[in-house]
Design a protein. Structure first.
Length: 377
């Protein structure tokens, strides 16, 4: 018996030491990977449904940006020099380089036909010690590349895809522009003259939806929509909500989901086009919100309780009316948007590598792209 206890002691000693130095959570649950922690759920509403992760895996490195309308290709940014936009084949799990450059790219998005890619390109201006931000379009075969924006303007990086392959974006003159991939542009004046932060487009109206910062009030960012007139280039924006952090559009149902800041808490709200008031779906501490491609569900992120790291967020799903909130993942250090597969219950997103294994180049943290298959029953 003494011999058995001695063997048991020396067998368990390394594990005890590891727990003491690393912490129990890191051993029981892998750090910074999207496993579900059922005991960590803090929903205020009981749901008859259950969310489970079918599988998850690292498929690439970089920052995932968008998925083609067919669901066959992902756009992934390599945010370390040499900069690149890569295309990842979701069926064969093979990656190819779409663009490699000494200029940094961001916000790469497929156009509405999957025939080309709009993206932001940043160039350091040595004369003025500033950064020139231009909007570029390239066809998927890489035969044609055009700068869509004017040389005199800087583009707001968060732009939106419009109908018929067009793009909607804002510039540093607080103008809203609708352009095709040939650079044929219509410029609309925003009389509020607020600083544009994010621009999107709804085609059925048609109208712009955008977030703009009020220069007269510190940290005030408001959400507006503005119908595009037939006979004028002067917009008349209508306020949807004040103090909005981010938004997403369900173009199938002409509705907008957004995160509203309310002091120490946030609310997830939905506004239906031509309705006067938004509906509040949830209250808590949220990072981002977006509709699934069908518009039936909302994917959102929730900050970890008591964690001041804004990148550490868990991923949740709920019905588009706010019912049945379900936690999909434990808190993870998200470094990209969440991209939904258009037809399947699959999410793609980027996570910063574990702190102990962090690699960097030019002070940029390496991120890994995850593919997560989930099921709601």
């Amino acid at each position: 018996m003494k011999r058995f206890r001695k063997i048991l002691f020396f067998t368990l000693l390394p594990l005890i030491c590891l727990i003491s130095f690393c912490g129990c959570e890191n051993i029981l649950f892998p750090y910074n990977v999207p496993v579900v922690l059922q005991e960590d759920q803090n929903s205020q509403t009981d749901s008859p449904q259950e969310a489970t992760i079918v599988s998850y895996q690292v498929i690439s490195t970089g920052l995932v940006q968008d998925i083609s309308y067919s669901g066959s290709n992902l756009l992934i940014l390599n945010n370390t020099a040499p900069y690149a936009i890569n295309i990842f084949d979701t069926a064969n799990h093979q990656q190819s380089t779409f663009l490699s450059s000494d200029k940094q790219q961001s916000s790469a998005v497929y156009d509405s036909y999957d025939t080309g890619i709009y993206y932001i390109e940043e160039t350091a201006n040595q004369d003025s010690n500033t950064t020139d931000i231009q909007l570029v379009w390239s066809d998927v075969s890489k035969n044609t590349t055009r700068i869509i924006s004017d040389a005199e303007e800087n583009v707001v990086p968060n732009f939106g895809i419009a109908d018929q392959g067009n793009v909607a974006y804002g510039n540093n003159n607080n103008e809203l522009i609708l352009s095709d991939n040939n650079g044929n542009r219509t410029v609309y004046k925003n009389p509020n003259n607020d600083t544009l932060l994010q621009v999107a487009y709804i085609g059925d109206e048609p109208c712009f939806v955008f977030i703009a910062a009020n220069p007269a009030v510190e940290d005030e960012t408001n959400l507006y929509y503005a119908r595009i007139p037939d006979d004028s280039n002067e917009l008349s924006p209508t306020l949807i909500s004040e103090n909005v952090a981010s938004f997403n559009i369900d173009k199938l149902n002409n509705q907008v989901a957004f995160v509203k800041n309310s002091g120490d808490t946030q609310s997830i709200c939905v506004w239906q086009l031509n309705h006067s008031k938004p509906s509040v779906l949830a209250s808590g501490s949220f990072g981002s919100v977006q509709f699934t491609p069908s518009g039936e569900n909302i994917i959102y992120t929730q900050l970890a309780t008591g964690n001041t790291d804004l990148k550490s967020q868990s991923i949740w799903i709920m019905d588009s009316n706010g019912n049945n909130p379900l936690q999909l993942t434990a808190p993870i250090k998200l470094s990209s948007t969440i991209v939904c597969h258009p037809f399947q219950s699959i999410l793609f997103f980027s996570i910063e590598r574990n702190t102990d294994n962090t690699e960097s180049f030019n002070s940029r943290v390496i991120s890994e792209v995850y593919q997560l298959v989930y099921q709601v029953q």
